[in-house]
Design a protein around this ligand. Structure first.
Ligand SMILES: Cc1cc2nc3c(=O)[nH]c(=O)nc-3n(C[C@H](O)[C@H](O)[C@H](O)COP(=O)(O)OP(=O)(O)OC[C@H]3O[C@@H](n4cnc5c(N)ncnc54)[C@H](O)[C@@H]3O)c2cc1C
Length: 441
């Protein structure tokens, strides 16, 4: 039941971007409704059990502040202090690759969103949109109650798939030139994991989060999974509990239910083989048991909007400093293969390694990358902002999504106060407001 029918801002999607947008706008006095199709907030972190937050720092200093950092700290405060990555001297341990406790995160997000004054509708799917002369007038949402229309002055598309932009007829790009997107992964958690034994091993071999040494051994014995280079990631979430980002499903269209069905079933069928590998090759995992896999297969990529500015790989390489910057970031270009045949077993993640910045460096994200062409009262945040495919490999990860979300919500609050369009906003006042909220601009 929502308490009012008129909103300044409706945010579609309650992942990192949507949370950033909804909380920032509500704290700035805006009447906000956040709509999420799952029964909890968090997006990929809770709905797909992605096991860790990508770095918040550039190795030297924290580059993502604001609501994203607040959430990280709140989750850590309630959770188990993971010993993970102690052996990686180049990491700012408290901020980089922090393991996610998805149950704690769900509650932290409920609290922060409710405390902001934002209204929330879970179990509600945005299914349609009406537009007039380049303005979104209303959206249709569907739940067990049936369908209904919701009106607002401004809308934020934080669906991870640019659903609203697509429904409104806005321009977008999809995947590579062959229409393929990065593989998906069904993340999972195991219990009965000997954390101490694993840490001892990790420290001895200098093993990184991808378990390269263990994967190589298994490959030599012909016992590694087809289509895998290594384990995409392990994160120790509590004593005895480890989360895995492991196993790829290639060549499916993530916006089609029949393809998603095939991908979910294929991904689940691979888990027993992965557990077998872990038990045999990863010290500490000998008695590991599967506790759960993600409610939803993790999706790395679908649509990217065509916005007023498109971020490119060149911008990444040039460490671009934009005048209308709304965030900084420094994560490398992390692009997973789209097809089984593209998996490069000999590479040590070539593009990722080659694109790594030196400690202390960063690029900036311009406000214009959040503005879809032709639709005036709709703003976009998260992994679907306007970028080329390579750049998306960097901006798609959660800390950056919180930051673009916070900028989108703050912009909506300023526009509400001034009764103006997103394109008319005074960038300096947007940047000033973001800094006041702790964002690093
Ligand atoms: C397997 C995998 C591993 C990853 N590893 C990492 C990692 O280690 N660290 C890291 O920081 N990032 C990682 N990422 C990237 C990161 O998790 C996502 O890119 C990020 O969560 C995107 O945030 P978002 O808010 O844009 O979208 P999402 O997190 O996808 O959130 C979108 C939300 O919108 C909701 N939604 C969608 N459509 C609708 C609709 N029509 N109506 C209502 N609600 C809707 C969804 O249910 C979801 O909750 C990984 C991603 C995957 C898939």
């Amino acid at each position: 039941m929502i308490e009012q029918e008129v909103f300044d801002l409706v945010v579609a999607g309650g992942g990192p971007a949507g949370i950033g947008a909804a909380v920032a706008a509500a704290r700035n006095g805006t009447r906000v409704l956040l709509i999420e199709k799952a029964g909890y907030l968090g997006g990929m972190a809770t709905d797909a059990l992605v096991p860790a937050f990508c770095p918040y720092s550039n190795g030297e200093e924290v580059v993502i502040g604001g609501i994203g950092l607040e959430i990280l700290e709140a989750m850590k405060k309630e959770g188990y202090e993971s010993p993970f990555y102690d052996y990686k001297p180049d990491r700012m341990k408290a901020f980089d690759w922090v393991p996610i406790d998805s149950e704690i995160l769900k509650r932290v997000l409920d609290e922060i969103v409710i405390d902001s004054g934002c209204q929330v509708l879970l179990h509600t799917h945005v299914t349609d949109i009406t537009c007039q002369d380049g303005f979104v007038e209303s959206i249709t949402v569907h739940s067990k109650e049936g369908s209904r229309l919701i009106k607002a002055k401004y809308f934020a598309d934080c669906t991870g798939d640019a659903d609203l932009v697509a429904m409104a007829g806005g321009a977008y790009e999809y995947g590579d030139k062959n229409g393929l997107v990065q593989a998906g992964t069904l993340c999972f958690k195991v219990a009965n994991f000997d954390t101490e034994r694993f840490m001892k091993y990790a420290n001895e071999v200098g093993e990184d989060g991808n378990l390269n040494v263990a994967s190589k051994k298994a490959k030599e014995a012909g016992e590694f999974l087809e289509g895998e280079k290594n384990v995409a990631g392990i994160a120790l979430q509590a004593d005895g509990v480890a989360g895995f980002n492991f196993g790829h499903v290639y060549d499916f269209y993530p916006l089609r239910a029949s393809d998603l069905t095939r991908a979910e079933i294929e991904a689940r069928s691979k888990i027993p083989e992965m557990i077998k590998f872990l038990r045999k090759y990863v010290p500490g995992a000998e008695k590991a048991v599967l506790v759960t896999s993600g409610p939803h297969i993790g999706l790395r990529e679908s649509r990217r909007i065509v916005g007023e500015y498109q971020l490119t790989k060149q911008d990444y390489n040039n460490r671009m400093q934009f005048e209308d910057t709304i965030a900084r970031y420094a994560y490398p270009i992390d692009r997973h293969a789209a097809k089984l045949e593209e998996v490069d077993h000999d590479s040590d993640d070539r593009e990722y390694v080659a694109s790594k910045y030196k400690n202390g460096e960063y690029y900036t994200i311009p406000f214009r990358a959040l503005l879809p062409k032709t639709i005036k009262n709709l703003i976009v945040a998260g992994r679907t902002i306007s970028s080329d495919r390579a750049m998306m490999g960097s901006v798609r990860v959660m800390p950056a999504c919180f930051a673009t979300g916070q900028a989108a919500g703050t912009a909506a609050a300023i526009c509400t106060k001034n009764n103006q369009e997103f394109r008319e906003i005074n960038i300096k006042s947007l940047q000033e407001n973001l800094r006041k909220q702790g964002s690093i601009v």
